[in-house]
Design a protein around this ligand. Structure first.
Ligand code: SDX
Length: 448
């Protein structure tokens, strides 16, 4: 097991030298409360309201947490207005062009790019943990063959906690690292087995002679009947997609992992909770929903009809792959993924991909539409990724499983950061109660 380097841990939010503050006045009684404003290294400052309820008897109210910082982190920085995404300070564009997924995984988990020895040790450790306990195969057999791969991933990843629990102490850095390496190594195997099981094909074991992404493609598309040669172009393209999906600040699934982990739950169970949250079509499930939407639209002539539906408040339809809580500009990942489309389509010999042409036509119409301009709705990471996955031979239900493989790196890094942050407390939000006030029990014979 590679030895752990000291990651750049989130340091407690320290008040700046000259304490800047914010004072709030309760206009009902003139009471004033003052709170420190805390700076980060870059991005919006935060007002520390940890004492707000004790001081005022009021809760703050922020459904969806759009204005709420849940933690101090040093992992990923996003500037939504400028369309900036950086992992540990490195711009995503540079990492996508110059790095590879396991090096980015090391960076996200440990805080710095590895030297040659660190990288070799890390990759050796990941390579030698890719096999599943042989008994885990029985979990797959309990599912119907047509089960959604994300349902299988939720179940099997959670089941890992049954195999790695009693002898582990996750408060110890070395056990945290073992859990991290096991999860990063085994997610591709679990995803590949979920695909094979759905196809009625035998599981293909991991091969230690292959790199991370080649090994995954081999486990998915090889059969015992003949040698399978992984396309280096497709492996490189998928590796780049894994880099782009690796982490993304405090998104829904990462916040799910953090809040699950804040109770001290087993990390495999926490990652399973992250898989569940990612599955939703408003989050990582959008890549599958985009293909369904494009297939339903079917023809460029129908784009105006669907853009109109997306703008209609009475219509629940949304343009899948568009919009983002943080990006109010182009998602930098969407641009990089769109470029990768062309490489993959050429490699697989698709001269004309109607869905890509339709997606680009839809993007052009939407981003020139006043409603989308006003609402700052641009294509996000999920808009083009499904076109690439489909061209590689993955069926749409597998798309979010690919997202989960990559995001496991971010989830586990954020879980470790949460565990080692001295400011971490169990996540326990409050509420605005709007239900019935106290009333007495009514016997059945007296009920209407
Ligand atoms: C991911 O958080 C992350 O970082 C996530 C992610 C990551 O890497 O972890 O980036 C990955 O999940 C990307 C997002 C994938 N989801 C989709 O593509 C689904 C379609 N998009 C939306 O459902 C929506 O844009 C969200 C969920 C992404 C963001 O939702 P918000 O921030 O809560 O925004 P909202 O729903 O409050 O919408 C604001 C306004 C609304 O109009 P008004 O009521 O203010 O008039 O914008 C409209 C919405 O109706 N709107 C859309 C729209 N998205 C928002 N209208 C049409 N089509 C859309 N896609």
């Amino acid at each position: 097991m590679a030895k752990k380097t000291t990651a750049t841990k989130a340091t407690p939010a320290k008040a700046p030298a000259r304490q800047e503050t914010m004072t709030l006045i309760d206009n009902r009684n003139g009471k004033q409360v003052t709170y420190p404003i805390l700076k980060g290294t870059v991005g919006p400052e935060v007002v520390d309201i940890r004492k707000f309820y004790a001081d005022t008897g009021l809760f703050t109210y922020d459904p969806g947490y759009g204005s709420t910082g849940s933690c101090t982190s040093t992992i990923t920085y996003i500037d939504g207005e400028a369309g900036v995404l950086e992992y540990r300070g490195y711009p995503i564009e540079q990492l996508a062009e110059k790095s590879h997924f396991l090096e980015v995984a090391y960076l996200i988990i440990n805080g710095d790019l590895p030297n040659a020895r660190q990288q070799a040790e890390f990759e050796d450790s990941i390579t030698h943990h890719t096999m599943l306990h042989e008994q885990m195969q029985f979990f797959f057999r309990g599912f119907r063959r047509d089960s959604h791969p994300m349902a299988v991933m939720c179940g099997v990843v959670g089941a890992l906690s049954a195999f790695y629990h009693d002898h582990m102490d996750f408060s110890k850095p070395e056990d945290q690292m073992i859990a991290a390496h096991r999860l990063i190594s085994k997610m591709p195997t679990i995803a590949a087995y979920a695909y094979k099981y759905s196809q009625g094909q035998p599981f293909i074991y991991p091969r230690n002679t292959m790199n991370y992404t080649e090994n995954f493609l081999h486990m998915v598309f090889a059969t015992p009947c003949e040698d399978y040669k992984v396309s280096p172009v497709l492996a490189k393209a998928l590796d780049r997609l894994f880099i782009l999906h690796a982490d993304h600040e405090q998104n829904a699934s990462t916040s799910t992992v953090r809040i699950a982990g804040s109770s001290g739950a087993n990390p495999f169970a926490c990652i399973s909770a992250g898989v569940a949250s990612l599955w939703g079509p408003a989050h990582g499930g959008a890549n599958e929903a985009v293909i369904a939407m494009l297939t339903e639209i079917g023809d460029k002539k129908r784009i105006p009809e669907y853009v109109k539906k997306a703008k209609d408040k009475n219509d629940p339809f949304r343009l899948m792959g568009f919009g983002h809580r943080v990006y109010k500009n182009y998602d930098p990942r969407a641009k990089l993924i769109r470029q990768t489309c062309y490489e993959v389509l050429e490699e697989v010999g698709i001269k004309k991909e109607p869905l890509l042409e339709l997606a680009m036509a839809l993007e052009k119409v939407a981003i020139e539409d006043d409603y989308f301009i006003e609402h700052k709705l641009y294509p996000n990471v999920d808009f083009y990724s499904g076109i690439i996955y489909r061209a590689m031979g993955f069926p749409p239900p597998m798309f979010t499983a690919l997202f989960a493989i990559a995001r496991t790196v971010g989830w586990i890094a954020q879980w470790e950061e949460m565990l080692t942050d001295p400011e971490t407390r169990i996540g326990r939000p409050r509420q605005r109660f709007a239900g019935p006030t106290t009333r007495n029990y009514v016997a059945m014979k007296k009920r209407k």
